[in-house]
Design a protein. Structure first.
Length: 342
């Protein structure tokens, strides 16, 4: 872990292409709204919040500034993000603690930092790819610039997007593009990927963009934004196993909360939001048969929803931070011991 952080610390400090220090690249989405929702659970002295998706530390910085008695455990799988956020948040001393892992291991991180059996006061998850990963072209997440086809959130381990394209069958590629990207031209794109990789490995984002552009009919390319968007999303989700991690993380996060603790989640695409919505709906619904005069404790809801549906960014927020345009914000309060109904 220490060697991985040392290896990326210098690159984390470099200015980006616009000349800004790395620690100033991130504008947290709906920061005030997230903190307002969490406030009743984390504003007291000694409160502990887990930021399950630390990124460049914008949400954590806002929370530590606003709540002087708060400690934040920041989880991220990306060593570069850990290094950058740790430098940015150094002024808070031991009120900030970084953990290099995936956020579905939140229960392990809480036990490590707070002791076995400890319960925390709040959990924040800001899902999807981070500003750091999008802004650094060499990470391979963006389709707007040619770069190595990587897409790993933890670039120190696991197969890259290029590895996936080199080894997946046509059927597997179709499944990935349809399931994770909702791409209706998945068979055409997968077929052309197979044909091209038989001639030479596909190792650059620019090569993949050219394949997608050739595979999608011209009329379909004229609407709906960049035609590569859905394929790049699908490959990123598959490479990082994002939806499986989210499905594991939500019940573990809720089980880590004390009664009265709160979970707040920001999602940016329908597949993520659907998972969050389903877990919160099940947790806030009684499992007792209709008409039962007294609801047993083990059938009572565990959650009280804090949003009616999903909150969205208003026009002012979108103008200030364009990445907020697709956000869906949901929250819940734990009102009794979490019962995993999955």
């Amino acid at each position: 872990m220490t060697e991985a952080l040392d290896a990326v610390r210098d690159s984390s400090r470099r200015p980006d292409e616009g000349g800004r220090p790395a620690s100033e690249r991130h504008v947290p989405v709906l920061l005030a709204e997230c903190l307002d929702m969490l406030a009743p659970a984390i504003e007291g002295p000694g409160a502990v919040l887990v930021d399950g998706t630390l990124g460049m530390g914008g949400h954590t910085e806002g929370a530590l500034d606003r709540f002087p008695g708060l400690t934040v455990i920041g989880i991220d799988r990306d060593p570069q993000a850990i290094a950058l956020a740790s430098e940015r948040l150094e002024r808070f001393g031991d009120r900030f603690r970084a953990v290099h892992t995936t956020y579905d291991r939140i229960d392990e991180a809480v036990a490590e930092q707070c002791g076995p059996g400890a319960r925390i006061d709040g959990v924040l998850m800001d899902l999807g790819v981070s500003s750091l990963q999008l802004d650094e072209a060499e990470r391979g997440f963006a389709y707007s610039k040619d770069a190595p086809l990587d897409m790993r959130m933890d670039a120190t381990s696991g197969p890259s997007a290029a590895d996936l394209l080199a080894t997946a069958s046509e059927g597997e590629l179709i499944r990935i593009l349809r399931t994770y990207g909702e791409e209706k031209f998945a068979p055409r794109i997968a077929r052309l990927i197979i044909r091209r990789r038989d001639d030479a490995p596909i190792t650059r984002t620019g090569e993949l963009v050219d394949i997608i552009r050739e595979a999608i009919p011209a009329p379909a390319r004229r609407t709906g934004g960049n035609p590569a968007k859905r394929t790049f999303q699908a490959l990123r989700v598959a490479v990082n196993d994002e939806l499986t991690i989210l499905e594991r993380a939500l019940p573990r996060a809720l089980a880590s909360l004390r009664v009265g603790g709160r979970l707040v989640v920001e999602s940016y695409q329908s597949l993520e939001d659907r998972i969050v919505k389903d877990v919160l709906r099940r947790g806030s619904t009684s499992s007792a048969p209709p008409g039962l005069p007294i609801i047993p404790d083990d059938m009572a809801p565990s959650l009280r929803l804090l949003t009616k549906g999903a909150n969205k960014a208003d026009r002012a927020e979108q103008d200030h931070n364009p990445r907020s345009a697709s956000v869906r914000l949901r929250g819940a309060e734990l009102i009794s011991e979490w019962k995993d109904l999955s």
